[in-house]
Design a protein around this ligand. Structure first.
Ligand code: FES
Ligand code: FES
Length: 156
């Protein structure tokens, strides 16, 4: 029998009956139609599926849907403030920090988790924070520029 899971998704309460053992990633993409969270490896190795859980960057492919019960999940679809892009989203646009865009949601969500904890993160902290996010297009240099720009705007 499916268990009823309740959690907050992008600021709104969600209640759904999900089979035990299903990952957050496939519930987001398959049941809730939030396809911004990408499937890359399914094994926690690429970062494409990164979301925020209670403000911390987590791999949605590694989380059972039951793990997020009564917690707050934010996906790339919930990051903007209405029509106003999140500063990281705007910085990715400004720095042309993508090519195919497949890694982009995960990159932005990892960076969002990092900068939520350390708004003025150093270069080394940014590199370490995004180390687990892969980009097959080789856009890393521009991605780092974008995240660096947002971190720099928080420095006193
Ligand atoms: S799909 Fe989750 S880390 Fe690769
Ligand atoms: S922009 Fe294509 S994988 Fe990163």
């Amino acid at each position: 029998m499916n268990e009823v899971i309740r959690f907050t998704l992008n600021g709104k309460p969600v209640e759904l009956a999900a089979g035990a053992g299903r990952s957050l990633l496939w519930v987001l993409r398959g049941d809730l139609d939030l396809t911004g969270t990408k499937y890359g490896c399914g094994e926690g190795l690429c970062g494409a599926c990164t979301v925020l859980v209670d403000g911390v960057a987590e791999r949605a492919c590694l989380l059972d849907i039951a793990d997020v019960a009564n917690r707050k999940v934010t996906t790339i679809e919930g990051l903007a403030n209405g029509d106003e892009l999140h500063p990281l989203q705007q910085a990715f646009v400004d720095h042309d920090a993508l090519q195919c865009g497949y890694c982009t949601p995960g990159m932005i969500m990892s960076a969002a988790g990092l900068l939520a904890a350390k708004p003025a993160a150093s270069e080394a902290e940014i590199i370490a924070g995004l180390d687990g996010n892969l980009c097959r297009c080789g856009a890393h240099k521009r991605i780092l520029q974008a995240v660096r720009a947002v971190a720099a705007s928080s420095k006193p």
